[in-house]
Ligand binder design. Structure first.
Ligand SMILES: Cc1cc2nc3c(=O)[nH]c(=O)nc-3n(C[C@H](O)[C@H](O)[C@H](O)COP(=O)(O)O)c2cc1C
Length: 381
């Protein structure tokens, strides 16, 4: 199977599965506990039907949107994800370049493997910095200052990861940073030798967002310990309000799921919220963002940009979310499997397919601009 044989999410997933050692594939593909929420995320779109309008003259389609003060050429952005260097040696560089080619935003994780500064210099397309809140308030301020100096446009604080999710696939393989593989996990690396050769012949694995502040590289601190020892589980709304004031720019909370929390986000001056269950990787059993979208748009959609992520695999999923009132949607695995399958070329192909699906879908729905999508186009079963 080659890149040109990949026509959808499932094809990229299969190709990634062939290229990656099982522990790494499972880190991307897995989720928390019984993975109920993970499955529900995509299934939720299937309970909602589209109602097309016909004979409306749809020769040209404009799918651009403005979200968090950024103009995007398409309504889908690459949500921040950790450790991309493990999936392909170009990691975030490949994702940022592909996002730039399609005129959309990309996120860089606190656990990203390329620095926010390098990525900001390389491309003009808007960059999101995904932030975790540390016990050390000075460290939080220093990291925000660094992001400001780098020219990052959007600060995105993840609020659903106050402790790590129970990812049992990772426990079975021993996936962690640094690696603590089980014998079974080691065997899986041995039967994918190309990955190892490639890994060793390219740039060393780094976590440049943290390296200046935390000694991760020497293996002194594992990512598990980073979460338990350095992040602050006592983080509350007052702490975040202070961050929002300090940042004084586009500030978004990722992982909001209730109307009450959405209203508090408005009150403390956030400019956006991402409804998200972290791709089912944190609280299993939590609701799909798509199922929760209408309620939250109705409550705060006129005061704050409501965004969602989770389970998006198709252009029609995007159209359903936008019809309910989302300003844009984020994708994670949708670009991670292509990254693993073929680096930048893979992510470009995936975003190109997504753009073509959205354009085709809008034409079939009788819409020439995103603003024409509305709940009149939807029926829930
Ligand atoms: C491998 C992987 C790593 C992720 N790392 C992060 C991260 O570091 N920070 C974060 O806020 N979200 C992270 N996420 C969650 C994504 O940003 C996004 O919310 C989620 O992937 C959306 O679901 P989807 O994969 O079904 O599109 C990660 C997701 C995956 C699959």
């Amino acid at each position: 199977m080659r890149l040109r044989d990949c026509h959808n999410f499932h094809d990229f997933r299969r190709l990634a599965q062939r290229r990656l050692p099982r522990p790494i594939f499972d880190y991307i593909d897995g989720a928390a506990d019984d993975e109920v929420t993970y499955r529900r995320n995509t299934a939720s779109f299937e309970r909602c039907d589209l109602l097309p309008s016909v004979l409306r003259g749809v020769e040209t389609v404009d799918m651009s949107v403005t979200v968090l003060g950024q103009k995007l050429a398409m309504p889908v952005y690459c949500s921040p994800t950790a450790l991309q260097r493990l999936f392909h040696h170009d990691g975030e560089r490949a994702v940022a370049a592909a996002a730039a080619k399609y005129g959309t935003m990309f996120g860089v994780s606190s656990l990203g493997t390329v620095s926010i500064e390098e990525l900001r210099k390389a491309h003009d397309t808007p960059q999101v910095y995904q932030f975790y809140y540390h016990r050390d308030r000075g460290l939080n301020r220093a990291m925000m200052q660094r992001a400001r100096e780098a020219g990052v446009e959007v600060m995105m604080l993840t609020v659903d990861s106050i402790t790590g999710g129970n990812r049992e696939r990772d426990l079975r393989t021993g996936f962690s940073i640094p690696f603590r593989l089980t014998p079974g996990g080691m065997l899986q690396f041995a039967i994918r030798p190309m990955w190892g050769i490639n890994y060793l012949t390219h740039e060393r694995f780094k976590l440049p967002q943290l390296d200046q502040h935390v000694d991760m590289s020497g293996g002194a601190v594992s990512i598990g310990r980073y979460f338990t020892e350095m992040l602050d589980p006592s983080m509350n709304w007052d702490d975040v309000a202070e961050m929002v004031r300090l940042w004084n720019g586009q500030f978004c909370l990722k992982g909001i799921m209730t109307v009450a929390d959405a209203k508090r986000a408005v009150e403390i001056g956030c400019t956006g919220i991402v409804l998200s269950n972290h791709g089912g990787r944190q609280l299993d059993g939590s609701r799909a963002a798509f199922d929760q979208l209408a309620e939250i748009v109705d409550a705060v959609g006129d005061r704050i940009d409501v965004i969602m992520d989770g389970g998006i695999q198709r252009g029609t999923h995007v159209l359903k979310a936008l019809s309910l009132g989302a300003k844009a949607v984020g994708v994670g695995r949708f670009y991670l499997y292509p990254l693993a399958a073929a680096g930048q070329a893979g992510v470009e192909r995936a975003l190109g397919l997504m753009r073509a699906e959205i354009e085709r879908g809008m034409k079939l729905m009788g819409c020439t601009a995103i603003g024409q999508l509305s709940r009149e186009n939807l029926r829930f079963r």
